[in-house]
Ligand binder design. Structure first.
Ligand code: TXA
Ligand code: MG
Length: 546
């Protein structure tokens, strides 16, 4: 894009004098890039149509894409809007200052340039002290889109702002790196049920805690159809795109590695857990389960991949819950909605503490077309104990453990579990065979067209089976409910049941690692909880299967 060849001055956020200068420039109708806790913003006086027009020009942004108005005090809100619903007040109390943008019907004070011609206005009270100080100095609400050239990833470091905007705006204010790293959550209160138009640092779950019912706009996770009207105009534009061609793989860690390692000149955008076994250059952006860290690192990582010359990048599919939904939303746009799945059906790990209702959920999934493999039962599968296996067991533990070719399980267990070495030898003989059998069953299920292959494995993580899973589904129930179920099921006293529960991993061990959590407490429709899971596991319209 051509340069506007403006003289751009560099200012420091930690200098009160520089913040004052920024305020003066803004009052005169100029443009200043400012730090916020989400991403850098390119600010102008929100109430001055001409100043706002200059933002669109500097960014090369289509003029029908409205801007967010930033305030530093709640008293600035009422003049901007036609009316202030109770729900907006509740949200402000709960999440402001912070990464939440609220859309309301606008007042006449807001010029059409700021609202992109809509009759609504988006308002946000940022938490960053420098952003607040600049708004205060300017004495004005500030319109500010992300401070990138239109279509490029949003800047989360000062270096990225300089790269995009030097020569195009009046001043750049350095406030260091942005903490959140993805743009704010955008929520509309302007029509019917509150609806999330863009996920961000404030999660859908948090919003539901305050508002009750909250919808998620379909455009958050799907490509808008050609010509469809976007609730948030920003969602229809190609966005967040690095120079590299990014493709998301909807795959288990194992399938992801196997695929990426075979691609010529591939780069990987992966999680910390993946790096070890990749043979291609990679950028990891946090643990798979640490969505906040991923959000913080995503745009920087996309920039980094461009810097190291990546042309083709294979990214692992993010988890779509909590702040992970924001990561996914940005990544599918960076990927231009290209998603590949290397297996016919996803493999799903089914986990949860005892008494949570795992088998009930498993049955339901089976009725809905999934194949469920009981991994515990596999340790007793006759196919595992073939002639060769029995011979090896006899050699290790005595001929009588399989006299006449019939395995004496009790004797084998007594001998093998007597010493740690015995336990290890038993594992060395049986685990590879169990694993092979598991793969065989999975292949059969895939060939028979299972919607997903569900591994019901109480020790999924301990056995390393999570490496084969593209999704983890955790089943939970409140402790008292689980206690009752265990007592009934196994005829235990309360004390014995509590002891058994205490000996196991806590529920949080599973929920922290899960892509989805199903709570089976009484009186809740399991069917309704399971339906969206199946939708997530089936390939989407934009998804290609190998
Ligand atoms: O975190 C953020 O929100 C950052 C920082 C700088 O505050 N700002 C930001 O602005 O991301 P921008 O312009 O890049 O994204 C604003 C999004 C766009 O998708 C836009 O279409 C949508 O919000 N939006 C703004 N006003 C709207 C309105 N009245 N109705 C619907 N969508 C609106
Ligand atoms: Mg933007």
């Amino acid at each position: 894009m051509d340069r506007l060849e403006k003289h751009t001055i560099l200012l420091r956020g930690d200098s009160p004098q520089d913040v004052k200068t920024a305020g003066e420039i803004l009052r005169r109708g100029g443009l200043v890039a400012i730090p916020t806790e989400t991403v850098y913003g390119l600010a102008a006086n929100a109430l001055d149509g001409a100043a706002v027009k200059a933002i669109y020009q500097a960014k090369g942004r289509p003029s029908d894409n409205p801007l967010i108005v930033h305030i530093c005090d709640l008293s600035q809100l009422p003049p901007l809007v036609r009316q202030l619903p109770e729900s907006a007040k509740k949200l402000a109390a709960a999440f402001w200052p912070g990464p939440l943008t609220i859309i309301l019907k606008k007042s006449d004070l807001v010029p059409r340039e700021t609202s992109g011609g809509l009759d609504t206005v988006a308002v946000r009270f940022p938490a960053h002290p420098v952003a607040q100080a600049v708004i205060r100095e300017a004495g004005l609400p500030l319109a500010a889109p992300s401070a990138n050239l239109s279509g490029k990833p949003s800047p989360t470091t000062f270096a990225h702002v300089r790269e995009d905007l030097t020569g195009r705006v009046d001043a750049l204010l350095d406030g260091g790196d942005c903490a959140v790293g993805v743009e704010s959550t955008v929520l509309t209160l302007a029509e019917g049920t509150p609806r999330v138009l863009r996920p961000g640092g404030v999660t859908v779950g948090q919003l539901r805690e305050v508002l009750g019912e909250v919808e998620v706009d379909p455009a958050v996770v799907h490509r808008l159809e050609e010509g469809a009207k976007a609730a948030s105009p920003g969602m229809k534009y190609k966005h967040y795109a690095p120079q590299a061609n990014v493709v998301i793989l909807d795959a288990s860690p194992e399938d992801y590695r196997n695929y990426v390692n075979q691609q010529p000149e591939a780069f990987a955008l992966c999680y910390d857990e993946d790096g070890d076994r990749l043979t291609v250059p990679f950028v990891s952006y946090g643990s798979r389960y640490d969505h906040e860290k991923q959000a913080h690192m995503l745009f920087t990582s996309l920039h980094h991949l461009d810097e190291i010359g990546a042309r083709t990048v294979f990214a692992r599919m993010p988890q779509k819950r909590g702040v992970g939904l924001a990561v996914y939303n940005r990544l599918i746009r960076a990927a231009g909605f290209q998603i590949l799945r290397p297996r016919k059906a996803l493999t799903v790990g089914l986990v949860g503490p005892t008494g949570a209702g795992k088998s009930t959920v498993g049955k339901l999934l089976q009725q809905r077309g999934c194949a469920v493999i009981d991994c515990d039962a596999l340790t007793r599968d006759p196919q595992v104990y073939d002639g060769d296996c029995l011979k090896e067991l006899q050699a290790a533990f005595g001929a009588d453990v399989a006299a006449g070719g019939v395995l004496d399980r009790a004797l084998l267990a007594r001998r093998a579990f007597a010493t740690p070495e015995g336990r290890k030898v038993l594992g060395d003989i049986t685990f590879p065979r169990i694993a092979r059998r598991l793969l065989e069953l999975r292949r059969q299920a895939e060939d028979q067209g299972a919607l997903a292959v569900v591994l019901d494995a109480p020790t999924l993580f301990e056995a390393g089976l999570d490496d084969s899973c593209a999704r983890i589904l955790a089943v939970t129930a409140p402790e008292e409910v689980r206690l009752e179920r265990i007592r009934k099921r196994d005829g235990l006293s309360e004390e014995a049941a509590r002891l058994r529960m205490g000996a196991q991993k806590p529920e949080s061990f599973y929920t922290q690692r899960a892509d989805s959590v199903v709570d089976t407490r009484e009186g809740r429709g399991l069917e309704a909880l399971v339906a969206p899971l199946l939708e997530d596991w089936l390939p989407g319209e934009e998804e290609r299967c190998l």
